[in-house]
Design a protein around this ligand. Structure first.
Ligand SMILES: [Zn+2]
Length: 102
């Protein structure tokens, strides 16, 4: 079964659940209702994705995209909104975009 990113409307839990795309599994944290989202968890420079990229969690089968704008269209036809998540620098849990001084 494919994996889908899910967002819990009750407790804001976000994660990936292995499920069929037409069901709405309960939130593993609180049991509330979830909705499908897409987590943009990779970095692309410019619009083109060199060599294209298989995106696993858009549909029942992986979708092949060659540019960010195509990915956006593929998400739109499926009613998905992108949830941007900053990816930390490898080897560290810090991101240059989300530095927080405690
Ligand atoms: Zn929840």
């Amino acid at each position: 079964m494919p994996r889908f990113d899910q967002h819990c409307k009750t407790c804001e839990w976000v994660g990936t659940i292995i499920t069929d795309p037409f069901s709405h599994p309960p939130c593993p944290s609180c049991g509330g209702a979830t909705e499908r989202i897409y987590l943009g968890g990779y970095m692309v420079v410019g619009d083109d994705i060199p060599g294209g990229r298989w995106v696993e969690n858009l549909d029942t089968k992986p979708v092949y995209v060659e540019s960010k704008s195509q990915l956006k269209r593929e998400m739109e036809v499926r009613g998905l909104t992108e949830s941007v998540r900053h990816v930390g620098v490898p080897g560290s849990d810090k991101s240059p975009h989300t530095t927080r001084h405690v």
